[in-house]
Design a binder for this molecule. Structure first.
Ligand SMILES: [Zn+2]
Length: 427
């Protein structure tokens, strides 16, 4: 029998949710209410360096794992452990506050009306252009601390609040620095085609030329992003415009992602599938035909219920339809200053259940395994199996369902990132 050497052992785990793909898919709730969780009762985990070397039953630990001298053993007292959460869609790096427009929205102004009046995203663009990299870094670190406190260990960060070459590059460089300086892994995405900046409002084509011919080549040359995203919707970038940007990114090695079907059914799903996008995100207006096509594709469906909520809209995406069709459904915060300012990913899982109609185990899959897959990191993060990163969230409860059911509070007990305790910060 192979014995693994370990310098970190987590033992006495009441419910260990491995989310291991080897344990099967989401299944169906009626026949298997724990399908997809890879649930092990009375479990234990072992890691060496930044990787897991073993996951299994507590009683089998001794025969499979040998601790190195000085190894850390942590008794979790019957608590729940699951993979560190993955937030696969955030707009992490920006400056300024839009607290002033919140009251206007409560008073009835729509996002589109505020945007048309020069507020909304344009206010964030102005503040972000004026901010120094040091200021953006300091803001980002505080946000990452909050994400980590809610159990997030990997996070995607989009640009898109610069909308000129210098600021877009500044945002992406800050995103990379944040990943270096903070325990949370940051995966950068270029979103130059977020909105047409005000100075180009009478020259959309000129702005798209800038994105495709100047920004994207610079981003690729400096290796500043892994993915290229576009806000493709009614009143945003059209399908042909999105295609142009995503194809330019693909030619430079940046895999597509897409904001689509949020405000209207536009065909963004079909474009995302055709271009081999890793994910299409929002999907409030995706229909049954879109769900069937997505299920048959390699493109993940990302739900952002917090954005629907924070915008005061009622048109939540039909997550039940997407999951029943067989889509890989991920759930994310969409963290951003205009339409969802929260780092509380577990709260989004509660919304994904009550508003998108996912089952709790599907929502947890959506913030672990399927979220990692939506970032092309399925072999690294989002599940607890030998060889994967030792990213572990320990909840201060003995029932994993409390992560979603007991909502709006923080259940985090401990977070390990790459085999090291990251939260609470050690020392
Ligand atoms: Zn977004």
């Amino acid at each position: 029998m192979d014995v693994q050497t370990a310098d970190l052992v987590l033992e006495n785990i009441g419910q260990l949710l491995t989310m291991d793909p080897a344990s099967g898919g989401p299944g169906d709730e009626e026949h298997d209410p724990v399908a997809g969780l890879g649930l092990i009762l009375d479990g234990a985990l072992a890691a060496q360096g930044d990787r897991l070397v073993w996951a299994g039953r507590q009683r089998d630990l001794g025969s499979h794992v040998a601790c190195t001298p000085g190894a850390r053993r942590v008794d979790l007292g019957g608590r729940v452990a699951l993979p560190g959460l993955v937030d696969c869609h955030t707009h992490l790096v920006f400056a300024g506050s839009r607290a002033n427009e919140f009251a206007r929205r409560v008073g009835g102004s729509s996002y589109e009306e505020i945007l048309a009046a020069g507020g909304g995203i344009h206010a964030t663009v102005k503040a972000t252009r004026e901010a120094s990299p040091e200021q953006l870094l300091a803001l980002g670190l505080k946000r990452l601390d909050r994400f980590l406190g809610f159990g997030v260990t990997t996070l995607e960060a989009k640009s898109g609040y610069g909308l000129d070459t210098d600021t877009e590059l500044k945002i992406l460089r800050v995103a990379s620095e944040l990943g270096e300086a903070h325990p949370v892994d940051v995966v950068p995405t270029f979103l130059g085609a977020h909105v047409v900046p005000r100075e180009h409002r009478h020259a959309r084509e000129g702005y798209l030329d800038l994105v495709c011919q100047e920004m994207l080549p610079r981003v690729a040359e400096e290796g500043l992003a892994r993915f290229c995203d576009v806000f493709c919707d009614q009143g945003a970038f059209s399908l042909p415009e999105a295609r142009r940007v995503l194809e330019a990114g693909l030619a430079l090695g940046l895999r597509p992602k897409l904001h689509g079907e949020q405000l209207a059914r536009t065909g963004a799903v079909e474009l995302a599938i055709e271009l081999g996008a890793l994910s299409v995100d929002h999907l409030e207006h995706a229909d049954a035909a879109a769900a069937v096509k997505l299920a048959a594709s390699g493109t993940a469906a990302v739900l952002l219920p917090g954005a629907t909520y924070f915008l005061g809209r009622k048109d939540y995406a039909d997550g039940r339809m997407l999951a029943d069709a067989g889509c890989r459904v991920a759930v994310s915060t969409d963290f951003n200053p205009g339409s969802c300012l929260t780092e509380n990913l577990p709260l989004m899982l509660n919304m994904a259940c009550l508003q998108n109609r996912l089952y709790p185990r599907e929502a947890i899959l959506g913030a672990t395994r399927f979220a990692a897959e939506a970032l092309g990191l399925g072999e690294e993060a989002g599940s607890l199996a030998p060889g994967r990163l030792a990213d572990v969230l320990v909840l201060d409860t003995t029932d994993y369902r409390n992560l979603i059911y007991h909502f709006g509070v923080n259940h985090t007990h401990l977070v390990f990132k790459r085999g090291k305790q990251a939260w609470p910060p050690p020392g």
